[in-house]
Design a protein around this ligand. Structure first.
Ligand code: SER
Length: 249
């Protein structure tokens, strides 16, 4: 099986340096007990500490940020025991607070995966939001991926339960996302991306946080369009080390 060996520390350093090179400022890991978000008990994602800034408040370090955030996801507890799910993990994230949007976010992701981590593009599958009554089908993201060289058959359109992130609690910033999957099978990757085939492993998502979900369940455009990404450190490292589960990393 293909892999280039990398330690977690090297992946983290590469990620931070890559986004610093693209004018992002590094922000610190926040507490697992959310300071800014009364809607949840634990920090389940990098977005929690940033909720006020996704909603329009100015961040002192600017509009482009990068971080490594520890997360606890009790919601995934029933999945733990397979090869990829953990309840405690680290997530790499780059953030645009009303700065770049889909075009640059996807280009950065593609460049990082294929140039910095040297993952062959043939091993990638992509999902984008299918669209529903709350938000349109995300043809824009699909087009961007295709323009970068991802074949059309490798882009799947999925509903809200798969390709939508947030809000973290009941109300707040949320939006459609595009997700990146790695082919972990021994054999050649199939032409078509089938998200139900467990050999495709999700490693990263780019969330386009552009709505605020209200108490009544309405999706209202936020003041600004944001990007929130999350790359799982343990999953990515498992792939780069050629390990078959995150527990072996
Ligand atoms: N991108 C994040 C995640 O996947 C949300 O902050 O959890």
């Amino acid at each position: 099986m293909y892999f280039i060996y990398m330690e977690a520390s090297e992946l983290k350093e590469k990620y931070i340096e890559f986004f610093k090179k693209h004018n992002h400022k590094e922000i610190k890991n926040s507490s697992l007990i959310p300071e800014n978000d009364p809607t949840v008990l634990f920090t389940t994602a990098g977005m929690h500490p940033l909720v006020p800034y996704l909603s329009g408040q100015k961040h002192l370090q600017g509009k482009r940020l990068v971080n490594i955030q520890r997360c606890i996801r009790t919601g995934d507890i029933d999945e733990v025991g397979d090869s990829v799910h953990l309840t405690f993990f680290e997530m790499l994230g780059n953030w645009s607070l009303g700065d770049y949007f889909k075009g640059d976010a996807i280009k950065y992701s593609f460049e990082f995966l294929t140039k910095e981590l040297k993952i062959p593009a043939e091993k990638l599958g992509i999902s984008v939001f299918k669209g529903d009554k709350d938000a349109p089908r995300d043809e824009e993201s699909a087009k961007i991926w295709i323009s970068l060289g991802i074949p059309k058959e490798r882009v799947a359109y999925l509903p809200k339960k798969d390709n939508w992130w947030g809000p973290a609690g009941i109300t707040g910033p949320c939006g459609p996302d595009t997700e990146m999957f790695f082919w972990s099978g021994e054999e050649k990757p199939p032409k078509k991306f089938d998200p139900d085939d467990k050999r495709w492993i999700e490693i990263w998502n780019d969330v386009f946080m552009q709505y605020n979900k209200t108490q009544e369940g309405k999706y209202i455009p936020l003041k600004q369009k944001n990007v929130d990404t999350g790359m799982g450190v343990e999953r990515t490292i498992a792939i780069l080390q050629g390990k078959s589960t995150v527990f072996e990393t």
